[in-house]
Ligand binder design. Structure first.
Ligand SMILES: [Fe+2]
Length: 230
């Protein structure tokens, strides 16, 4: 409103800042994924379980964000987020089926605090900041898939065979997809771009913490109490 009239909606330096923040954050996430002990079956199983829990909320998050955009002035965002809801349908089940393919069950893997710490803040950002803030979360997840998806897939296939559908599907995400998300940055004012920058670094950090917690849990407790941390 008044702030909107003051802030330049097309500051190219702000968009460039989001892009450089995104590139650095994806680099950190890629490093965490590539350092993860995929060869340890318990680690892979816990990763699939925690992935199921956060991906289960992807469609709800995207639909919530889509519904919050102004249908007239923000129509292109609403359209893209709505399409993205359809694209994410069933992806939670890919992770669940992979876990079951290992002969395991989600019942053995309660959702971890670190997993909730990854996805839950997205609802707050969408509702209390701006729905476009969710682009930070999207950029991290899709950026990591594009960057290291193929490499991860070729690591897990020889180990777990068919129980690798979640990683396979996400390794097929193309560059175009990420470019579509980055293209949405143009036209957002500085305040909204700042929310995206915050969410990009925050989501990258939360995802890295989640992966570290998954590894710690799977390697340290040998299936005893899920409440132990070290
Ligand atoms: Fe997905």
């Amino acid at each position: 409103m008044t702030a909107r009239a003051i802030v330049s909606p097309h500051d190219p330096s702000s968009v460039a800042k989001v892009r450089s923040t995104y590139e650095q954050a994806v680099e950190e996430v890629a490093h965490a994924f590539l350092s993860f002990p995929w060869t340890k079956r318990a680690c892979y199983a816990e990763y699939l379980a925690q992935t199921f829990y956060y991906v289960r909320y992807s469609t709800a998050l995207l639909a919530t964000a889509a519904g919050r955009f102004d249908p007239i002035t923000e129509a292109k965002y609403q359209k893209r987020f709505s399409r993205h809801v359809a694209e994410e349908q069933g992806h939670d089940l890919l992770a669940l089926r992979d876990l079951e393919g290992l002969g395991d069950s989600i019942q053995n893997h309660p959702e971890m605090d670190e997993t909730r710490m990854f996805w839950e803040p997205q609802f707050c950002k969408i509702e209390r900041k701006h729905p476009s803030a969710m682009l930070g979360y999207i950029l991290i997840l899709e950026g990591a898939a594009v960057k290291i998806g193929h490499q991860l897939h070729s690591t897990v296939v020889p180990l777990y065979g068919e129980a690798t559908a979640f990683i396979r599907v996400h390794s097929e995400d193309d560059i175009e997809h990420i470019e579509k998300a980055l293209a949405l940055l143009d036209g957002l004012d500085d305040a909204k771009l700042q929310h995206i920058i915050e969410n990009t670094t925050q989501s990258a950090r939360a995802l890295c913490l989640m992966l570290a917690a998954v590894e710690r849990k799977a390697t340290s407790q040998a299936g005893t109490s899920h409440l132990r941390e070290d």
